[in-house]
Design a protein around this ligand. Structure first.
Ligand code: CIR
Length: 257
């Protein structure tokens, strides 16, 4: 798999404060600050060497900035998801329009009741770990197998309980390593990958985005920063408080290819 060259990102819509949340928080989302934090994230991806394509905001979909969820894009094949969240269904159309304009991308689809969200999908080399969560069901997992197994990927289910998505507590560092927060699922769940642990109190930082040697993480997590530096990464901490209030983290804001 070549190193990433390109990122699709979304935009924060005016309706972002109505984003879907697991536990409605008393804290109000500052949409202006969310936009500043998001643009800083996009700049960090560009500084890491990626070409950026930014989709416009869609006020009818408050969660549209979380572009990772409506598509699983691996090696030129894009599986458009039927999202597990009714309010988010239709977000995949904007990704589809964009991907149709990219040369060499093959689009695959799925239909309800099969459901899948990209936040539950983690590719590590030739393995795709798929979280069995409240958003991704058996049918979604089967569709990932049908589409990607013929291309040589091993598709492995991982149980996800009490968390929104698989990548709420882990993320890929490269084609061999993953970063995993302690105490959620045993490292053995990720067979074939080298698992780097980060302490449970820094769970939110287990979701990071790596582009080559650069690792973007949420700021305020010194132990994870040190662990990633020990693994050879140049760590860029980013402030994402308003994204976090909408149950988002770093990987969910981009689709890398
Ligand atoms: C949702 O509940 O769907 C959004 N508010 C957050 C989605 C975050 N996506 C991700 O981590 N992949």
């Amino acid at each position: 798999m070549p190193v990433f060259k390109h990122a699709v990102v979304g935009s924060i819509p005016g309706t972002f404060s109505e984003a879907t949340v697991m536990l409605p928080s008393a804290e109000h989302i500052d949409v202006g600050l969310a936009r500043v934090q998001h643009q800083t994230y996009v700049r960090a991806l560009a500084n890491a060497g990626l070409e950026i394509s930014q989709l416009p905001p869609d006020d009818t979909h408050p969660d549209c900035v979380f572009v990772e969820d409506p598509v699983l894009l691996i090696g030129g094949t894009a599986l458009l998801a039927s999202l597990g969240t009714p309010s988010r269904r239709g977000e995949e159309r904007a990704l589809e329009r964009f991907l149709l304009s990219r040369p060499g991308v093959r689009i695959e689809t799925m239909t309800l009741p099969d459901s899948l969200e990209g936040g539950d999908c983690m590719r590590v080399g030739r393995r795709i770990f798929v979280g069995a969560s409240s958003r991704t069901n058996e049918g979604g997992l089967r569709r990932v197998r049908e589409v990607f197994q013929p291309a040589g990927y091993d598709v492995i289910a991982v149980p996800v309980e009490r968390h929104l998505h698989l990548k709420c507590f882990c993320s890929p560092l490269d084609d061999e390593r993953i970063l995993l927060a302690e105490g959620v699922v045993p490292p053995e769940a990720f067979r074939g990958a080298r698992v780097i642990m980060t302490p449970s109190e820094e769970l939110f930082a287990a979701n990071c985005v790596t582009v080559g040697r650069v690792a973007l993480i949420a700021d305020g997590y010194p132990q994870t920063k040190q662990i990633l530096e020990r693994e050879g990464f140049d760590v860029v901490p980013l402030s994402v408080s308003e994204i976090q209030k909408a149950d988002g983290s770093l990987t969910c804001l981009s689709v890398l290819s």
